[in-house]
Design a protein around this ligand. Structure first.
Ligand SMILES: NC(=O)c1ccc[n+]([C@@H]2O[C@H](COP(=O)([O-])OP(=O)(O)OC[C@H]3O[C@@H](n4cnc5c(N)ncnc54)[C@H](O)[C@@H]3O)[C@@H](O)[C@H]2O)c1
Length: 353
């Protein structure tokens, strides 16, 4: 199976490593508009004899037989590049967020529907087997109806050097700049935590969001105006009557990359804690039955499940639909737009209006 990669920055190395591990899959060609990044990628993997191009257009006109293309460009480029890939007849694996806004996300969904190609968005944290078990248990009704939800996404790259000095690297600076297509923490990691919460609990009906951009980190670095948000808190009302808080910050000192979801239901409670090292990704915490009155949380070890890369390849092989798809990406984008509207107008927003 032949895979192409668009964008050879930070996340593209993971795309390469994960696809390359799968039997019968080969990364055939890559492209990047940044010569330095393209050459770095090609030289790192030179024994794989990957062909490199200076643009998506060059790659599409020179290569004919991809089974799928992954889109690892920054958020701002997802719409145009993904639509081009779909219209060229290729299945697509696109990085999150799907787009910069719901309007663009809808155009991407339309292109996916019209071309009938397999389309997937890389909501990475869906890969946790403990999370998948949490979703199954909630959907089975075993712990009753969700009543109260707490979903947190914590990163600390603005207050630690865990991932290097953000002031010196383009890959962090574009994430802080609206002009460079970023919706800040909300668009970058907020999409993950909203997907994580609603896929488990159900759709959100109404939302109130407080978004924060800290100007004391400096207003300008080179071409980057640091005006995209650093974190947010959302109050949510779910369609099924549950209420919850969904929060995200890049100032969570002590957390490199943590996602914590707690769902309290009428007959039990569930909790997953995902960490940077993935050491807790397979452990589901559950309090139910006789443990409810003893405040005891049982740990359930959940066997590892296929990752998003493996699922994408499998769905190409079987020509079957896959989740999370572009439609889910657009649904999350609508929530992001609603958060911005709520913050700007200081109002609760009905997601479906
Ligand atoms: N799923 C996850 O958990 C996860 C993790 C990290 C990043 N991401 C997403 O991956 C995307 C890329 O992030 P990154 O950290 O790798 O960024 P990056 O800046 O390190 O790399 C992006 C690369 O795309 C190239 N590029 C830009 N426009 C292009 C175009 N039109 N054609 C070809 N190449 C182009 C850039 O030159 C750069 O080399 C973002 O959308 C980000 O949100 C997702």
């Amino acid at each position: 199976m032949k895979i192409g990669i668009v964008g050879t920055g930070n996340i593209s190395f993971r795309h390469f490593e994960e696809f390359n591990k799968i039997d019968g899959v080969k990364i055939e060609a890559v492209c990047d508009t940044n010569k330095e990044n393209l050459e770095k990628f090609l030289s790192l993997y030179k024994e794989h004899k990957i062909r490199g191009y200076s643009s998506l257009e060059n790659m599409l006109s020179s290569e004919k037989n991809f089974d799928g293309i992954t889109n690892a460009t920054p958020d701002k480029f997802h719409k145009d590049t993904s639509i081009k890939i779909l219209n060229s007849g290729y299945n697509i694996f696109c990085e999150k967020p799907l787009a910069e806004n719901y309007k663009d996300a809808k155009l991407m969904v339309e292109a996916a529907i019209n071309t009938k190609k397999i389309n997937m968005i890389n909501f990475t944290y869906r890969e946790s087997s403990a999370y998948q078990k949490l979703v199954d248990i909630i959907k089975s009704g075993e712990v009753g109806i969700p009543r109260h939800v707490s979903a947190c996404y914590y990163q600390s790259w603005l207050s630690s050097n865990k991932w290097g000095d953000w002031r010196k690297e383009d890959k962090w600076l574009w994430r802080l700049s609206k002009k460079h297509g970023s919706n800040g923490a909300l668009g970058d990691t907020g999409v993950h935590i909203f997907d994580f919460a609603i896929n488990a609990v159900g759709d959100i009906k109404e939302i109130f969001t407080d978004i924060k951009t800290y100007y004391d980190k400096g207003k300008q670095i080179g071409d980057y105006t640091l005006d995209a948000n650093d974190g947010f808190n959302s109050l949510v009302r779910f369609e099924n009557g549950a209420i919850g808080t969904i929060t995200n910050t890049r100032y969570a000192t002590g957390h490199a990359n943590s996602i914590i979801l707690e769902v309290f239901c009428t007959k039990g409670a569930l909790k997953v804690e995902l960490d940077e090292s993935r050491s807790k990704w397979s452990t589901l915490n559950i309090c139910q039955n006789e443990n409810i009155n003893k405040m005891i949380w049982e740990k359930i070890e959940c066997p590892k499940t296929p990752n998003n890369y493996e699922n994408f390849v499998k769905s190409i092989k079987h020509n079957s639909k896959i989740q999370p798809d572009f439609n889910q990406g657009a649904k999350i984008q609508k929530i992001i737009d609603s958060c911005i509207k709520s913050n700007d107008n200081n109002i609760w927003v009905d997601i479906n209006n």
